[in-house]
Design a protein around this ligand. Sequence first.
Ligand SMILES: Cc1cc2nc3c(=O)[nH]c(=O)nc-3n(C[C@H](O)[C@H](O)[C@H](O)COP(=O)(O)OP(=O)(O)OC[C@H]3O[C@@H](n4cnc5c(N)ncnc54)[C@H](O)[C@@H]3O)c2cc1C
Length: 374
Amino acid sequence: MKSRVLILGAGFGGMELATQLSNALGEAADVTVIDKGESFVFGFSKLEVAFGKKSLDDVRHPYQDFEKLGVRLLRETITAIDPEARQVTTENGIYTAEYLVVALGAEVDPFATPGLAEIGTHFYSVDGAERVCAALPDFKRGHAVVGICGFPYKCPPAPTECALMLDNYLRQRGLRGECEITLVSPLSILTPVSADLSDALMEACEEAGVNVLLKTLVRSVAAGIATLDDGQELPYDLFLGVPKHVAPKVVLDSALAEGDWVPIDLASMQTAFEKVYAIGDIAKTGLPKAGSFAESQASAVASSILSKIKGGTPKPNTGSGECQVEFGDGRVSWADADFLSGPKLEVIYNPPSIEGRKHKEAFAKKREMRWFGK
Ligand SMILES: Cc1cc2nc3c(=O)[nH]c(=O)nc-3n(C[C@H](O)[C@H](O)[C@H](O)COP(=O)(O)OP(=O)(O)OC[C@H]3O[C@@H](n4cnc5c(N)ncnc54)[C@H](O)[C@@H]3O)c2cc1C
């Protein structure tokens, strides 16, 4: 089957791109989106599931609700990508396109860290988040380690959010005095997007009594011991992990990947192949791997494709995104970052507040409405 635009992946980037093309072209859009999943889940919802704030049913957005003029969404697994021919194979057939956009995200690989898959309590996947939720009630005393096992990873502040949410979870149960929490991060500050946000997170960790170990990684977890990059051994009673991130195998097996990710031109998001783009976590941008950055990259690709179809000058990728951060006690901070529009990174930082929670809820609601109509 041939389409004008073929989008691989219906995550943050893929859905936003399909929506913008549909809005601009209507029935004439002729867009096909392929995803192997049944539903979309916001990244931050995994933390809500892990801490029992929401059930999986509450946070799933079924793809059957993603209805856009000129867009068909196929639930199939992509098994091969030929960027030269702009051709894709799934278990059901072969698809070609005039424009091919790869938005297949980053996967987590718990098997890359010895012991992590067996423990199972990693909160970066829906299954892992459910296992964390099941394990938390049994943790009543001892040492909890929130440990990052690879870099880059999605949403740089999310592990700190997890440590602060765990602090609050234990306080609410009157158990905090019995428990120690340590966060292990490869970063030199808690989030690279904003120094102010990073300082506020560090202050919150100090106030909450969360130990922070920076510039190191968890290399293995076994028999109650997490071994770090520098050889340090941390005994733990609960390990909440961020597994190493990898590109989907179908991308690594294609001519698109160079090393671990897909190189792109940062302004247009085009790959080394003409009319073949990569957006979101799969693209090697050097920017944070986060949904809102995938969205601004989708805007650049929509603009590039529309300019080729309708004329006009394409708008380059702004490298902009919004980073919302839970402080564990109900307050949320957010920072609006723009990496590429000006000569240097511009950030507007909003300190943590209850207002910030309303802002985050409005951010999610806006996407739910735009993508799923509810
Ligand atoms: C705990 C956590 C908290 C987060 N918090 C935030 C936050 O607050 N704000 C924020 O902006 N971002 C956040 N993120 C990051 C955000 O979720 C991702 O960066 C974002 O989803 C990336 O979008 P994407 O389009 O690149 O990929 P994804 O959204 O991951 O979509 C990729 C899609 O490709 C599909 N796919 C993969 N392989 C195949 C295949 N072979 N065949 C068919 N389909 C396939 C998948 O099913 C998936 O639907 C968080 C992530 C986590 C884990």
